[in-house]
Design a binder for this molecule. Structure first.
Ligand SMILES: Cc1cc2nc3c(=O)[nH]c(=O)nc-3n(C[C@H](O)[C@H](O)[C@H](O)COP(=O)(O)OP(=O)(O)OC[C@H]3O[C@@H](n4cnc5c(N)ncnc54)[C@H](O)[C@@H]3O)c2cc1C
Length: 378
């Protein structure tokens, strides 16, 4: 039961965006930039965004050499170049929209660690550089074997390093805070702790029913147009979407005295990833340890993955140094059989933008622009 006043002023919007992650917030900002006089509401089920956007590692990346080789094999050269271009343009959009300082963007480059059984990959560097040259106009990948000793990695395990000067890192928390502030500054309304239960197309509008924790009756919001930006959870509202969850587990260390490296690092075809944050290390991944177990919506860390991360940290990444693990957490990504996101109009008034995989920092802002274009064009 809602009041006359609530009905007049609080539940009726031109545009309603479901999901307060990178994509939802970017979409809302893009709509306000395109149609400044419109009313826009973002509804987020968590008190904080509760998917992947506040849980990630903050790599500003577009694919390591072995990941891109895998993409070239599966999708061909042209599609791989198009995918890298989308990620690269998305990163530029994020940086120009929020400002590098506000997201603490730092460019220390990215590296891929290669083990003995991956040594052959080095022979593909030039061919991949050639494929990417229309976009970057200079070599993206190059060998940096000599740095293995300087970075202190275990040389019995790590046999080569591939460097990418175009890769950077951000402060994920600052990025999400800046996106939220920008959205509010532009006049976007934001409701958190507001889980959408159902989206229903009515005559001339869409009804969005939001859970009401005070009593059993959901609150009926009304919008001219709705964007569903719930990533891994999109199937809750749109059954049948080709999207499944993938959990990412992460840990952070105490500051490591004289940490010998800076940058973003990929390992084991991108399934493991670590970076410096000041003198700390943030290290995550390991979905490939047990894909079935990690196809999960549960925000939990598990002993098999965490034990593996800790062991790799001690034995391979910073052997022989003192540190403590001071935090660990999990986030849920959305994956599918294709590497590209879903961008789809499911009715004349409802658009879905989801399935960001492991690179939503890169593509999120641009996908927001694309959702906006689809939804505003009517
Ligand atoms: C551990 C980990 C590490 C990662 N590292 C990187 C990285 O270094 N670089 C990179 O580019 N990407 C990384 N990613 C991926 C990146 O974080 C995601 O691709 C991106 O955040 C997806 O953004 P999104 O807005 O689509 O989804 P989300 O951030 O998941 O946002 C969806 C939102 O919808 C909300 N929601 C769901 N259902 C409902 C409902 N019914 N009603 C209301 N709200 C709802 C959720 O609570 C959530 O906040 C990582 C992800 C994880 C988990």
């Amino acid at each position: 039961m809602i009041s006359f006043w609530e009905k007049r002023s609080l539940v009726d919007y031109n545009y309603l965006v479901i999901g307060g992650g990178i994509v939802g917030l970017s979409t809302a900002i893009s709509i306000k930039e395109k149609v400044p006089k419109s009313s826009v509401l973002v509804v987020e089920r968590g008190i904080l965004p509760s998917g992947a956007s506040t849980k990630n590692t903050g790599f500003a990346c577009f694919g390591s050499l072995t990941e891109l080789l895998c993409d070239i094999k599966n999708m061909g050269e042209d599609q791989t170049l198009a995918l890298v271009e989308a990620r690269w343009l998305g990163l530029q959009r994020l940086k120009s929209r929020l400002g590098e300082k506000k997201i603490d963007y730092q460019n220390h480059g990215g590296y891929e660690l290669l083990r003995e059984n991956e040594a052959d990959v080095i022979h593909s560097v030039q061919s991949v550089n050639k494929i990417l040259s229309p976009l970057f106009r200079s070599d993206v990948f190059s060998e940096r074997k000599a740095l293995i000793r300087q970075f202190g990695f275990n040389r019995k395990v790590i046999k080569n390093l591939i460097y990418n000067p175009f890769e950077g890192q951000i402060d994920t928390g600052k990025m999400m805070k800046s996106l939220t502030s920008l959205a509010q500054q532009k006049g976007v309304d934001l409701l958190t702790g507001a889980r959408v239960l159902a989206v229903e197309r009515g005559p001339g509008a869409v009804e969005v029913r939001v859970e009401n924790i005070l009593n059993m009756q959901p609150i009926p919001f009304r919008a001219d147009y709705v964007a569903i930006c719930t990533n891994a959870f999109a199937r809750d509202l749109v059954p049948g979407m080709e999207i499944s969850p993938g959990r990412g587990q992460i840990l952070v260390t105490s500051p490591v005295q004289d940490l010998p490296f800076k940058g973003t690092f990929h390992f084991d075809q991108g399934f493991f990833y670590f970076r410096n944050f000041g003198e700390r290390i943030i290290f995550g991944g390991g979905r490939n340890i047990d894909f079935d177990e990690e196809t999960s919506y549960e925000f939990e860390v598990t002993p098999p993955v965490m034990d593996n991360l800790k062991r790799m940290l001690r034995e391979i990444i910073i052997p022989g140094r003192d540190f403590d693990i001071v935090g660990q957490w999990a986030g849920i990504m959305g994956f599918g059989s294709e590497r590209t996101p879903i961008l789809k109009k499911i009715s004349d008034r409802i658009v879905v933008g989801a399935r960001l995989g492991g690179m939503g920092v890169a593509i999120g802002s641009r996908l927001g622009d694309q959702i906006c274009e689809l939804i505003v064009s009517g």
